[in-house]
Ligand binder design. Sequence first.
Ligand SMILES: [Zn+2]
Length: 158
Amino acid sequence: MNCFTYTRGAWSDGMALPQIGENEQHTEYLERVGFSPMPHRLGVEFGSEIQLFEAERGSSYFAVVQPMANATYDVHIPDFPSLMLFLKDFAAAFGTLDVQSQLQDLNDGMRKLFHAYHGHSLDQMCKQCDPDGYQKAQDAQTRFANSGRPGPRAGVFE
Ligand SMILES: [Zn+2]
């Protein structure tokens, strides 16, 4: 079993909680042993992620940690100081992944929007989005044309 307890910064194997049933879903199990079914998520859903559950009564916590995309590890965090240490030691790394994922989504959206407005990708330019760069490219093209060699047309739109 991939079950651990994290107490005040120290790891130990197993948990002082009832075992999960053979055909029991994680959410059913956590509700049965007294944890809120609504996790706080750190990281990327279906990727590297920590789901943190809080006990309905008392200050006890349960983390389902998925370091990569497949295996998950259950971690019982029996009190508040342990939770604080767990977050200090591990939450930042998973939180960074979440921010990275959101920035990627934002970047994808911006690239699509840019293409819709300009009719070309962010890697290219036109008179509107980069007037100086466009003028320099035009000048360079003229110089190359006058020199008899082929000009640098790639990446420039009219
Ligand atoms: Zn443009």
